[in-house]
Write a protein that binds this ligand. Structure first.
Ligand SMILES: Cc1cc2nc3c(=O)[nH]c(=O)nc-3n(C[C@H](O)[C@H](O)[C@H](O)COP(=O)(O)OP(=O)(O)OC[C@H]3O[C@@H](n4cnc5c(N)ncnc54)[C@H](O)[C@@H]3O)c2cc1C
Length: 273
């Protein structure tokens, strides 16, 4: 009997499946791809897009166009729940879609538990599309005044974001921003010392401030507060504190590991049975 395959998300992990979609359709199966954006952005080039090294078009995959060209159905939407017993997936809009088989690639997200209030002038480094919003906002403000921009986090994404914000605010007509990295321990603590030294030298050369042992406790528009009580007034704040699994599995009552990631067997199948 012909089946309905639903692909939840069309990110990096689903790329090969997406490029082979036609093979499912040719066998008579129905394929639906559900994703909150019509495009998927390549994260490795996201900071470079922020700094204008790449255009958005150069770093994104046209998910809707590819799916439809191959004979599949694309549904624009965010999955909020999977009812694995009823084999039905629910979307933010309130609609639901029945499936025979679901393959999940809903990615990870930046935790928001430190953030209080709305996300005005606060930019999480995922989804990558948000970096484009940040770029527009920085260009708008930095053409009028000198900004202070903070990046909370100390890993490679924080370093890449800092460097690209530097490039963006050194462009023609821009007022050079003050850029500060607020790292909980050291910058790039999990990298070899040689890599760390090179990254730090590159940041120092550009006058990017590095604050290590800076344990940020709360973030709200315009202000970052450390556990020690010290605060930082910032016009724009990036949050690059790492990622956690998408909460959709835990919220759907599907077995997860301790961090909320989908629990799988060695065939990457859910271990609910
Ligand atoms: C700034 C930055 C730079 C990075 N640079 C690198 C790098 O240089 N090299 C490297 O190896 N890794 C890099 N990473 C890490 C990399 O992004 C991840 O490891 C990779 O994206 C994980 O792939 P994935 O397929 O699990 O998820 P993703 O590729 O993130 O795909 C998730 C998909 O799920 C969709 N989705 C999300 N929620 C829902 C929902 N509720 N319903 C339906 N669809 C949903 C999204 O739209 C997306 O299409 C970087 C990350 C960041 C944030």
């Amino acid at each position: 009997m012909k089946k309905h395959l639903v692909l939840a998300g069309g990110g990096h992990a689903h790329m090969v499946t997406l490029s082979n979609l036609r093979r499912f359709i040719e066998k008579g199966h129905q394929v639906t791809v559900i994703q909150p954006s019509e495009h998927h952005y390549y994260s490795g080039m996201g900071p470079g897009m922020l700094g204008k090294t790449y255009t958005p078009g150069a770093i994104r995959f046209a998910t809707r166009r590819v799916v439809e060209k191959m004979g599949g159905t694309f549904v624009l939407g965010r999955i909020t729940r999977i009812d694995a017993d009823a084999r039905r997936v629910y979307i933010e809009s309130g609609n639901s879609i029945a499936y025979d088989v679901i393959s999940c690639n809903v990615g990870s997200q930046v935790p928001q538990n430190m953030i209080a209030g709305p996300l005005d002038d606060i930019y999480l480094v995922k989804p990558i599309e948000r970096l484009l919003d940040a770029q527009r906002r920085i260009l708008e403000l930095a053409s009028r005044r000198k900004l202070s921009i903070g990046i909370v986090g100390g890993g490679p994404s924080a370093v890449e974001i800092a460097g690209n914000v530097w490039k963006l605010t050194r462009g023609p007509g821009m007022q050079p921003a003050i850029i500060r990295i607020l790292a909980r321990t050291k910058v790039m603590p999990h990298h070899p010392e040689g890599v760390r030294v090179k990254a730090l030298a590159s940041l120092h050369r550009r006058g990017i401030e590095i604050m290590e042992n800076c344990s940020v406790q709360s973030i709200r528009t315009g202000k970052v507060a450390e556990g020690s009580g010290r605060t930082h007034e910032l016009d724009i704040i990036f949050v690059a504190v790492g990622v956690v699994p998408n909460p959709v599995f835990r919220e759907s009552g599907i077995p997860t590991g301790p961090d909320g990631g989908l629990l799988v067997n060695r065939y990457l199948q859910s271990r609910r049975r």
